[in-house]
Design a protein around this ligand. Sequence first.
Ligand code: NAD
Ligand code: G6P
Ligand code: MN
Length: 440
Amino acid sequence: MKKFSVVIAGGGSTFTPGIVLMLLANRQRFPLRALKFYDNDAERQQVIAEACKIILKEQAPEIEFSYSTDPQTAFSDVDFVMAHIRVGKYPMREKDEKIPLRHCVLGQETCGPGGIAYGMRSIGGVLELVDYMEKYSPEAWMLNYSNPAAIVAEATRRLRPQAKILNICDMPIGIEGRMAKIVGLEDRKQMRVRYYGLNHFGWWTSIEDLQGNDLMPKLREYVAKYGYVPPSADNHTEASWNDTFAKAKAVQALDPDTMPNTYLKYYLFPDYVVKHANPDYTRANEVMDHREKQVFNSCRAITAAGNSSAGELEIDEHASYIVDLATAIAFNTQERMLLIVPNNGAIHNFDDEAMVEIPCLVGHNGPEPLTVGDIPQFQKGLMSQQVAVEKLVVDAWEQHSYQRLWQAITLSKTVPSASVAKAILDDLIEANKEYWPELH
Ligand code: NAD
Ligand code: G6P
Ligand code: MN
């Protein structure tokens, strides 16, 4: 069986150890010959990499492991690039979340003005990764889950149209796991779904078991009462995420024929979100105080002890969708997966040039999108507005245009007026000086 060489871009990510453990657990179906990390922050990456080196030595000494901040070293001789970078890291996420809140607008990693600000930072970072891959391993595929995936995907569609990059998100996977629990199935792969939308902005229209039984009636009844909080709630879910899963109840009420993506709460209930936010302590603070500390402390402990049992790193089981995607390409499995792809007629009554999240069959040539057909007015209206925001952000980045970015923020459903949009924009420009192109 062929063995693969993988580079993880964003080696210093809090998710890297969980993904390494997941890759090790899945190496029967996706064998590795080499694993490399790449990051532009040597110090941050080293902490994660030194611990992973020990784990790999314990579990799979035959896999060649290395890490580097040098693009040529990292991107040469690879079959897959798994990309999860965060340009500006958590301190900039904190600003994305807190600046809009100062103007009574929600602050979120990928939605509203915060997501737009993050997009303006991410586009350049991800394009750079694509260029390294094309220069040093032109045959490779990039599996990208760097956020904000919707804006990054529009930028790569437009600016690197030939690139072998697939953009994917884990939110539908997480929600489907909850749906499976709700209907009493062991895992989400025992369901076949139809879904359409944009990234972090979509709806399930059909959910069946593998025998073709309709699971929607049962789900509808349950979600109308409890949202996506399953009957036996696991104590892994943090309180803030639990609120989001519970709020799906209100989101679902807007269109009871479908099941919503949880991120729609930010667009449909922005007033609720602002009211329940603490402007001095946002999700970035929670992540820095918990996940980041936990992962980095564990890695330091493992390195100091020279032994993986000194830390508490958990396998990121649900990240195995990344292996599903890699094996679909490597072994032409034709697995059906939700990917962010150019619409190209899949949704009949929607912009051909929009990046949409829809089911695709994935094989060695990449994704083959399935037909969605016509979508209803409510969804079409919301999606048209949001896709325009995403396109305007890429326009702004490309043209260095203040005007386009002001329009983008104004058009976001999360922002009440052009004057509020302008005030937020001016604060974001100040905060993002190091990262954004200079706008005029
Ligand atoms: P993190 O800050 O812990 O890690 C990101 C790493 O990227 C850092 O080590 C940073 O130094 C590095 N980096 C930043 N800019 C870079 C550049 N230009 N080149 C190389 N490396 C660079 O962040 P995290 O919370 O672990 O998340 C990582 C990314 O994964 C984020 O974009 C996050 O939004 C995304 N994510 C996406 C999904 C999804 O569903 N698509 C799910 C989870 C996380
Ligand atoms: C989900 C989304 C990701 C997002 C993440 C944020 O997994 O699909 O796109 O980055 O949530 O999680 P966090 O724990 O960092 O707030
Ligand atoms: Mn996502």
